[in-house]
Design a protein around this ligand. Sequence first.
Ligand SMILES: *Cc1c(COP(=O)(O)O)cnc(C)c1O
Length: 355
Amino acid sequence: MAAGRPSAPGEPLNTPLVPASNFILGEERAYARDDGTPTWEALEALVGGLEDGKAVAFASGMAAVAAVFDQLPVGAVVVLPDDCYQGVVGLALAGAEKKRWSVRRLALEDTEGWVRACGEADLIWLESPSNPLLTVVDLAAIGQAPRKPGAILAVDNTFATPLNQQPLALGATVSVQSATKFIGGHSDLLGGVATTRDEALWQALRKSRELSGATPGTLEAFLAVRGARTLALRLQKAQENAQVLAERLEQHPRVARVRYPGLPSHPTHATARRVLKGFGSIISFELHGGAAEADAVCRRVRLIRHATSLGAVESTMERRAAIPGQEHLPPSLLRLSVGIEDVEDLWADLEAALQ
Ligand SMILES: *Cc1c(COP(=O)(O)O)cnc(C)c1O
């Protein structure tokens, strides 16, 4: 893919690191926080190309999320999924406490409820597949629902990546992702991107970045571009691995339940088949027993790292209910972000840890 690459003869193939805050006056670009840098723009061109919209790069996924919430008028109505990234929930509830907006929660499977919400709310926030229950929403239906004038339908596309789901093509106003995860793919940067086809919203998101100062780091943007070049290969391998592991985990006597959109047993498998191009590389599974058994498995894995976060080349696993604010989850639920290691090595590691 050529997006984000220089094109003139004699230029480097890759947009170089341009660690500039300031530019000689007379050109369009004067100051990085206001006007961007060539390195940020390479990331924006690349992700914008994948999402088929115009992108704004941010310092983190949460900075991109906050810029979307920043668009809301005082008193706005926000509808959030029941299963949703904890940072987004935290941001939304903090704003509600300050009376900036009100928040309603809705089950992700409730397509009719979401369709109705589109006519009533100012910000309809979807996440699909969701974290950590991996519920897939019928974005094809919700994206077509009539919306209140000025309403924003936002989709957190972090788990799907633009390769498995293109929210803008399905009718979303803005697609948000944490570039920290699959786009970067190597657990070595924080970044976020918001992409839209609405020129006024694109301008407003840029303005929000300018005024909040939530600008991406130069090295981070460079690494995110470099990471994204292999996204297709990484995702393909990781989701092939995930399908194999999910099927084997489902047969394992110590495993009580596996949630993976690629399994026919997943509650939203049929929707996933319709809406997603691939089932992703995150698996959540519960053990017979409780927190202690799950913690022991986390301590015993060797190749799989006991770590939070997801979407990287290396597999990581953690017990989600151990995270503050996630106590509502099943106590033994383990979220496994499958990497690109050899699948038999991963299975051997899991099997040994489950003994
Ligand atoms: C990690 C994550 C975010 C936040 O991104 P940061 O880069 O950590 O700020 C938002 N949504 C989802 C689904 C995530 O996994």
